[in-house]
Design a protein around this ligand. Structure first.
Ligand SMILES: [Zn+2]
Length: 323
């Protein structure tokens, strides 16, 4: 099965006007995917909260660059740090959903997924007074076997998703999915997909659009991913987490993989962000979605049959995400 889509209006968008997407997954350092095996959700409530300070650094950087971004907020966190979410919204940034309890989509039964995106949407809308229209799954966990999640997102009133990472990586990724923003047609309608920026090298997509790749790859490679999107006249999507600026966080695990994915390069993040923001134009995904020129694509029948209908629902798995 393949995820295909209709590329959005690239011919209508001159390169000089391209503004990429600056996105933040708002969660605590102990929610991070690399630490999942070491921190049980039952311990979350007793851990030190550090998200305010590093999010404020991000807000200041964005303010200095006059950029409004998209903040995908974890519902669990919004319930505990309402002042932080209001502060982000007051800065003119888009508030979107990162689900409720940071569980990967492949570990959720569709009923639990629906509850997670419904509950977080409601909570965030109550806090910021604006409709929440975007979603990003923890660990970009909508892959070839989670198309049903796109259907549920549409049914629950989401207009776009940013959970499909068109790369091949152990444990995640969706090789063959579109690299650029695309409409994805499903039996019940269409949803916009905004994948993180990638580099294409010898026919293979390589991740370069944020997170650990942003901290550990040569800076020029990350910039090349956005230059490439600019040449293709589409916005690229950048992502970062507040904890990636937090050099004072307690070390929770010390395997080589965790050191690489979670702790390496934390001290570089702020400088690299300044240079990224100084080099490219950015805005929120909502701004792109609400642009007039995107609207005709919704109305026309040019949207291709992108995904096969998947009859039935997957059986309810155990809870491997909760360890
Ligand atoms: Zn996350």
């Amino acid at each position: 099965m393949h995820l295909e889509g209709q590329a959005t209006n690239r011919e209508e968008m001159p390169a000089r006007m391209i503004r990429h997407h600056f996105t933040v997954d708002v969660e605590e350092y102990f929610h991070a995917a690399a630490l999942e095996p070491w921190v049980s959700p039952h311990e979350w409530g007793s851990r030190e909260s550090r998200v305010d300070e590093s999010t404020d650094v991000l807000l200041k950087l964005l303010d200095e660059a006059a950029v409004r971004g998209t903040f995908f907020v974890l519902g669990w966190l919004a319930e505990r740090r309402p002042g932080l979410i209001r502060r982000i919204a007051a800065g003119g940034h888009e508030i979107a959903s990162h689900g409720w309890a940071h569980r990967r989509v492949e570990t959720l039964h569709p009923l639990d997924f629906r509850e997670s995106i419904r509950r977080s949407k409601r909570c965030l809308e109550d806090l910021c007074g604006e409709e929440v229209v975007g979603y990003r799954a923890p660990n970009f966990s909508i892959g070839p076997h989670q198309h049903w999640a796109l259907d549920i997102l549409m049914e629950e009133g989401y207009l776009y998703d940013s959970s499909v990472f068109p790369v091949r990586r152990p444990g995640y990724g969706y090789p063959g999915a579109p690299r650029d923003p695309a409409w994805v047609k499903r039996p019940g309608g269409a949803i916009l997909e905004f994948p993180p920026a990638t580099l294409r090298v010898m026919g293979v997509n390589l991740p370069a659009g944020g997170g650990a790749y942003f901290r550990t790859l040569p800076e020029g490679l990350v910039h090349r991913a956005f230059e490439g999107a600019q040449r293709r006249r589409v916005p690229g999507t950048f992502y970062i987490h507040p904890w990636e600026l937090d050099t004072g966080q307690r070390i929770l695990a010390e395997t080589p993989l965790v050191r690489l994915r979670h702790y390496r390069g934390l001290g570089r993040t702020e400088g690299r962000l300044r240079r990224l923001l100084g080099t490219f134009g950015f805005r929120s995904i909502r701004e792109t979605v609400s642009e007039n020129e995107l609207q005709p694509a919704i109305r026309t029948s040019r949207i291709p049959e992108g995904l096969e209908n998947r009859p039935g629902l997957p059986s309810r798995p155990g809870r491997p995400g909760l360890r």
